[in-house]
Design a protein around this ligand. Structure first.
Ligand code: GDP
Ligand code: MN
Length: 336
């Protein structure tokens, strides 16, 4: 791999080294970012960091999605830092915008109430569009459809350690479906009726609930109430079969039909997390201790002996969100 990279560096300044590492196995996976043109600087920085820490050895293809056409500047600058192929996709109108059957009067009242309560993004329609898109549509995008695995990346995140083992292959070889690095509590005011809706769905569709599920992570009282724990979805490495399968498809349709993405402010993080915890076995969900990751204001920094020092980590191991009182790692660990 080193030799090939050097050859390509010495050989051509323009061509990406697509033809290297032919013998190294690779998963059917993409690095996926939803972004706005206004986020070009921070998008490029996130891409550059993940390339330096991981992808320069693998050349997984990148996909960028946006409900508006990406600017030439965005495309040129992103293309400049990727080590493999890259595609820029436009999100179909109906996969993004608030559906016509939503009662806008009711939705706007809900937004005003949430603004008064100081709920984060409470007044934003575009944030709600984004959450609904990330919950039920990104894996249906024509460009994304050909892939099985994705790694969700956001603008302005940081990858603090070398990632030597391929997380996609690790997950594939170990029968994992969903991977996370940070786990935290949702704000109750954004999802007041989500859990009741989920309970109704699983009462009507008990066949979708996995036997060895992770309900004990979501609930402290056997499923009666939701403890607000979720995997922080700005980082996700997952198998899209989980979202494309019958259980999640029906689940998303059921949730969406209540209008909760607009009448409340349901986040894709609790929507994904509840589904992963209930429809997958708990051993199919994986905590990536070894991946140093930061999304403002939280950082997961590897604490296991040797991981921090051995992987050139730039994060401060004393500043590890796992030990924060806002972390749900205790709930995750109690079910292991
Ligand atoms: P936060 O992490 O919850 O504070 O929300 P972000 O602002 O980081 O948004 C989450 C992801 O959705 C990021 O990848 C953003 O770039 C993306 N995003 C948010 N709003 C929009 C939008 O209106 N259009 C597009 N194309 N992407 C958006
Ligand atoms: Mn973000």
């Amino acid at each position: 791999s080193n030799i090939s990279s050097k050859l390509s560096f010495n050989g051509s300044l323009d061509e990406p080294d697509l033809d290297v590492d032919i013998l190294e196995p690779r998963a059917n996976a993409t690095l996926l970012m939803l972004a706005r043109n206004s986020e070009t600087d921070t998008a490029v920085r996130s891409v550059r960091e993940l390339e330096d820490r991981f992808n320069h050895k693998h050349h997984y293809p990148w996909v960028f999605l946006n409900e508006q056409p990406f600017s030439d500047d965005f495309k040129t600058r992103v293309s400049n830092v990727v080590s493999g192929s890259v595609e820029f996709g436009l999100i179909p109108h109906d996969h993004w915008h608030q559906p016509d059957w939503i009662d806008e009067e009711k939705a706007s009242q809900a937004r005003q109430k949430m603004v008064q309560e100081n709920t984060i993004y409470g007044g934003s329609v575009s944030y709600r569009n984004m959450c609904r898109f990330n919950s039920g549509f990104f894996y249906k995008h024509p460009i994304v459809q050909k892939y099985k695995w994705y790694w969700r990346v956001e603008p302005d995140v940081h990858f603090h350690c070398d990632i030597d083992e391929d997380p996609f292959l690790f997950m594939e070889n170990n029968d994992k479906l969903y991977g996370f690095t940070i786990s935290t509590y949702e704000f109750h005011s954004t999802i007041p009726t989500l859990w009741d809706t989920v309970k109704k769905f699983i009462a009507e569709n008990p066949q979708y609930v996995a036997k060895d599920n992770a309900m004990g992570y979501l609930s402290d009282d056997g499923g009666n109430s939701y403890n607000m724990c979720h995997f922080w979805s700005n980082f996700e490495i997952a198998n899209m079969d989980l979202w494309r399968g019958e259980a999640y498809t029906k689940y998303f349709e059921y949730l969406d039909s209540t209008g909760g993405f607009y009448y409340e402010r349901w986040g894709d993080a609790p929507v994904h997390s509840i589904a992963a915890a209930l429809f997958a076995r708990k051993d199919q969900i994986y905590f990536f201790e070894q991946i140093g990751y930061e999304h403002n204001p939280n950082t997961h920094c590897p604490k296991v002996a040797g991981l921090w020092s051995g992987k050139n980590c730039s994060c401060n191991p004393a500043n590890n969100f796992d030990y924060s009182i806002y972390s749900c790692m205790p709930q995750w660990e109690r079910i292991q």
